[in-house]
Write a protein that binds this ligand. Structure first.
Ligand SMILES: C[S@@+](CC[C@H](N)C(=O)[O-])C[C@H]1O[C@@H](n2cnc3c(N)ncnc32)[C@H](O)[C@@H]1O
Length: 213
């Protein structure tokens, strides 16, 4: 679990295409953290929301059930088979095959964005690129909430997370989804200001960070 080794990432779209069915079956392990992240983000009905690395749509499902859900939501992901498992989307919500390193939207297209369980998958060198893209497509003052597996400061969850982290380094393509990332430094370097942090230890030990641009 060397901190000096370079994280080479958890694989490209073909890896996620292969994983789509099994990924969908483990969603309950991330559900609490995604809910906590959406509470922090608190998207309003008149806001344009980006779901970055939407996967099979856990955040979209939770958002769609909200009484005051946003009218305009764009879900992007680079895996066609993950996107194929999205739920039916409400009118005004769209999905698109796209890479977070080059988001096909003009500057300031969104008021808020969620990136849940995706930033920790990116190779270290690509993380600043994706964060800079997220910053570009958010309007000034726009909000970004991130969810990443992380190692809590103490408690049993800390020991569990440390085991998961070792497994991720041992087999990045199969278990890279468990790789721990505290995104604070990368967020600050990309020009985000962290506002609120919430730990979640139901399911994967995870860190939710709400930042503003
Ligand atoms: C672990 S899943 C998380 C999905 C969803 N956000 C959730 O919380 O359930 C990660 C998703 O990010 C996507 N992904 C990874 N790297 C990406 C990139 N560079 N651009 C777009 N999507 C990416 C994968 O295809 C996969 O669907």
């Amino acid at each position: 679990m060397s901190r000096t080794r370079e994280w080479r990432g958890a694989g490209g779209p073909e890896v996620w295409d292969r994983r789509a069915a099994s990924y969908h079956r483990q969603l309950r392990l991330e559900r609490h953290a995604v809910r906590a992240a959406l509470e922090l983000l608190a998207p309003q009905p008149n806001e344009r929301l980006l779901d970055a690395g939407a996967g099979t749509g856990e955040a979209l499902r939770q958002l769609a059930r909200a009484r005051d859900r946003p009218r305009a939501v764009t879900a992007v992901d680079f895996s066609p088979r993950m996107l194929a498992r999205l739920p039916g989307l409400p009118i005004g919500w769209t999905s698109e095959l796209a890479d977070l390193r080059e988001i096909p939207r003009p500057d300031a297209s969104f008021d808020a964005a969620i990136a849940s369980y995706v930033l920790h998958l990116l190779p270290s060198r690509d993380l600043p690129v994706a964060l800079s893209e997220l910053r570009r497509v958010l309007r000034p003052g726009g909000r970004l909430v991130t969810v990443t597996p992380a190692v809590p400061p103490s408690g049993l969850a800390r020991r569990v997370a440390a085991v998961l982290e070792r497994a991720a380094w041992a087999s990045p393509v199969h278990l890279g989804g468990l790789h721990a990332l505290d995104p604070h430094a990368a967020l600050a370097a990309a020009g985000f200001s962290a506002r609120t942090v919430r730990w979640n230890v139901s399911g994967y030990p995870s860190l939710c960070v709400l930042s503003t641009r």
